[in-house]
Structures are given as C-alpha cells and as structure tokens.
Design a protein around this ligand. Structure first.
Ligand SMILES: [Zn+2]
Length: 220
C-alpha cells in the first residue's frame, strides 16, 4: 500500500484488530487519532493493524472523495475493481484475509450532532449485529458519556450503511464498529473521543495490559 500501515503484534495470542481512518478525506480527527494511537499503543495480546490515512488523495484534498471518484465507503465489497475507488477498496478489504482480522474499528466524523439532525450521525457509535457487539457498545456508552458534557454524549445506531467496509466485513462475521464524532466540536475534543473509544474497546477485548495508556483529557 502506498499509504502507511502500522502493524503491532504481541507475542501472546489475542484478537486481530484493524483500526482505519481517513476513508473520507474531510474527517481529520480520526486520521490524527489513529496516527497518534499507532505511535502510542502496544498491544499486550493479539495484533493491532492501523491504517490512519486510508484515502490519501482525498485527505490531501480535504474532500470526502475526489471529484469524479466514488464514495469509498459505499463500494464494499468489491468483486472486480473497475475504477480507482474500487481498487483502493479492494486493497483495504484484502487486509481482512491477509491478517485474519476479527474486529474492525472505522473512525469517521459528521457535520452535525445526531441529536440535532437525525440525518447526520455525529456523536454516535454505529455497529452491526454480532454476539458481543451490543455488550461492548453498552459499556462504551456508559464509560465515554461519564467523561463528556451533555451535548457531546454518544448514542448508538445500527447497522452501518450498505456498501461500507464495516457492513461488508460484518457479513463475513467480523465484529465491526464506526465511531462518529461531530465537526461542530473542537478538533482536540474529537481526537480525545476517538482515542478514548478505541482504547476502551481494546481494553474490553483484553488486548491491553495494566500499563495501558490513558488518554489525557484535553482542557480548553
Ligand atoms: Zn465518514
């Protein structure tokens, strides 16, 4: 891949988790959070695969996707790629088999709070049916919402959109989540929220040992 892929494997067996951001190029918080997590997290168990900048040309253009291309998160799974968007999607999707992935966490951002506009998904955790998904989401909501003021609180939705990476992967049995922050909030808050949700999830999956990193609360 021309974009950076970070692989961090623990000597002990555990889940193989893929953290991806930048599938949409105009959602910087996830990109920055995933980049920082790639530097900061060493799993105690299992395997962590992080792709912070999934769609580099779109990120550089600060657009959801490039003009003339397709929305990358609407083309999964690809059978025979017929354009650059589908080629990139296939490249990303091939990581599932290549690394025997069990879990996908996809970081996104929305223009508006879901609580203010139900057509937007800001401050939500979106998941797909799986025996353990709902339990994890419940714990995530309880823990993250304790740290956040009323208007920044998360709620949950399901399933993820047809054509998305997470929806396609869920149909193959993977445990899949999308964390959506809102661009209405300051960037530092959004990065903090993404990182906290990822670290909590890795903790629930038993991948972090006791010296697991704590995310510093951003003040201001
Ligand atoms: Zn997005």
């Amino acid at each position: 891949m021309h974009n950076d892929l970070y692989l961090n494997e623990a000597p002990k067996d555990g889940p193989a988790v893929f953290i991806v951001a930048g599938i949409h190029g105009n959602e910087p918080a996830g990109v920055l959070a995933a980049t920082q997590l790639a530097e900061e997290i060493t799993p105690g168990k299992g395997k962590l695969l992080i792709l912070p900048r999934a769609n580099v040309p779109a990120i550089e253009a600060e657009r959801r996707y490039l003009p003339g291309e397709m929305d990358l998160n609407r083309v999964f799974p690809v059978e025979i790629p017929e354009n650059p968007t589908e080629e990139l999607a296939q490249e990303i999707y091939s990581l599932i088999q290549e690394h025997s992935l069990d879990v996908i966490i996809d970081l996104h951002e929305s223009r508006e709070f879901y609580s203010l506009d139900p057509n937007r998904v800001g401050q939500t955790i979106i998941f797909n049916e799986h025996p353990v998904a709902r339990a994890i989401v419940q714990r995530l909501l309880e823990e993250i919402n304790q740290m956040l003021p009323e208007r920044e609180q998360f709620t949950c939705l399901f399933p993820t959109t047809e054509g998305s990476l997470t929806r396609a992967a869920a149909q193959e049995g993977l445990l899949t989540f999308i964390f959506e922050t809102t661009k209405k909030l300051p960037l530092q808050n959004r990065i903090f929220q993404h990182k906290t949700l990822v670290i909590l999830t890795l903790g629930y999956l038993g991948m972090l040992d006791k010296k697991c990193p704590k995310v510093k609360k951003f003040s201001g």
